[in-house]
Each structure stands twice: as structure tokens, then as C-alpha cells.
Design a protein around this ligand. Sequence first.
Ligand code: FES
Length: 339
Amino acid sequence: MSNKVTLQPSGNEFQLKDGDNILDGALEHGVSFPYGCQNGFCGNCKAKVSGDFSYQDDYKPDVLTADEVADGVVICCKAEANSDLVVEVHEVAGADEIEVRTMPVKVSRIEKLADDVMRIFLKQPEEDTLQFLAGQYIEIIMEDESRRAFSIANAPHNDSEIELHIRMVEGGKFTPHVFKDMQEKEILRIEGPLGTFFLREDSDNDIVLVAGGTGFAPIKGMVEHAIELGLENKIFIYWGARDLQDLYLNSLAEEWAEQHENIRYIPVLSDASDEAAWDGRTGYVHEAVSADHPDMFNIDVYMAGPPVMVDSGKREFLLCNISPDNLHSDSFEIAGKSE
Ligand code: FES
């Protein structure tokens, strides 16, 4: 059994499964609903609700004032539907509407993706979940208060852990620790979400995603978010790297393209060690993009990677008639290069 939830004023709708609260349902369907703790404490998920609902057993009534209760305001992370519901909520449209917070996280998994790329998963405290948009980044705050920035590689609907892709930087301050001594259960302090590099999901344009190296991390978050939302825009994913082993999640990108008609995946190698064995595209990734899309007027481009790639891409795509408003970029200054 499920009940329909209609959000006002957007008119977005989703089905809410029995046993799920309104916030869970919204997040599962990729709706950018405002929230914080997901546990009934902070009040960030308050919204006016019409219809029949009941609170889960651990609901804490003192989060709402008597006036709010009289006005039909509900704590959405603790309310389940007993009928179809209409929820009045200001959906989060941009990064500036999400509170930036500092919180402790626990390293829950560490996985080597390539000789020089490690994937780590950070578990958030149960009572304090970080809200973010697909493509944004966090900073890890070290003991001396210096910071290292990494893009979030997962999508917001899948937020029990934060996934980061970390490239080894010899002599760096943080990444050698990740490769040599980091243990599961280690506690890190993070601040986020940060940045304006996020998927503009309301656009009808074709979407071109361009990743260089570990710039694949925020692109992965965007693709997973687009799939979750069921976006029907054509999506072209270009991933540029030196050699095949640098495409550290190549099979995942191939799977997306196999399983979704609207997604194409184009890996581009600039320095393939075995050229005879590589029958894919070669050269610089931004040149492959402009060769395939000589007129970019109705295209949204998202680029994440080293500054040289991002700068060359910007110059090239502006010559292809792209509107500067549709050109979004995240250079390694912030996209996961941190040492
Ligand atoms: S009360 Fe914090 S998200 Fe619901």
C-alpha cells in the first residue's frame, strides 16, 4: 500500500510507501526537501500538511509550538501518511539555501580503486545528516585547522554515507595518510556542503558531463541523481584520462550507458600505453566534446577536473556558442585534488 504525496507549490508528486515518513519518501524520489537531523530534533523539515497522517513512536512533540500544531505544521521526518497528503514546502533550489555545517564523521569503508586512487566512505552521525546537492564538495578539517577539499561522489538520495575519491599526492599533508595509515572507524571532522557545482535538474537541455581523472567523483554523483530522478534529457558522459587504468570506475560508467537509453559514455585517453588494444577515442577530452557537439547553444555542460582541462574546455566551448550561464565547472582547486 502507498499514498500519494503532492508538494505545493511545485506540484511534484511521489508515492509514499507504508512505514516510510514523508521526508524519506521525498529523498528517495530525489526531491530537494529541506532537512537536517532526520531524527525529529532540529525542526528543519517542518511543513504544513493536509490529509491524515500519524507520527512514528519516537516523535518528540516539543519541536513544534502550539501555534504551529494548530496551523497544521508537521515534522516530516517523523510523520507517516494514512491518506493522500498535500505538503506545503519550499523545495531547495540552490546551494545557498542549504546550511553549511561542521560535523564529525566515521570512516566506514576504504577501497583501492587504482594504484593512486582510494575511495573512502564516511558514515554520518545518526542524528545529523548532511544535506547536499549532487556535485557539491566537503572540506576535511585537520588537527591544525588546515583543510582539504573533496567532491562528494554519491547522490543525495543515498546519503547514509559520504563517498570520496582521493588521489595520492606524494608529499601531501592528507592523502599519504589515506593510503598508508587510515583505518576504518577513524573519526574525521568535515564542513559542507560547499560549492555551486551541482546539477540544474529543471533544465530541458541536453547534458554534457566532462570529467578529468578524479573529477569523475562529482560527475558520478550527478549521474546517479539524474537516474534517480528519471531525467529524460540526453546525457553524454566524457571521461578523460591518460591511460585505461586511470578510468578507475570504467565498468560503472559502461553499465549506466547500457541500462539507460538516454545516457552515452565516451572515455577518451590522451596517452594510451597500448594503442593497438584501445579502439576508443584518443586525444584531449575537451576536443572530443567539441568535435561531437560543434553547436552547444542548447547544452548544459558540467566540467570537473584539473585546471588545465577546465580552462581549455571553457575556451573551446565558448567558441561552440555555449551560453556562459550553461557552463558549470569545478576545477581541481576544489574538486578533489587536495594533498
Ligand atoms: S526534525 Fe530534523 S530533519 Fe526532521
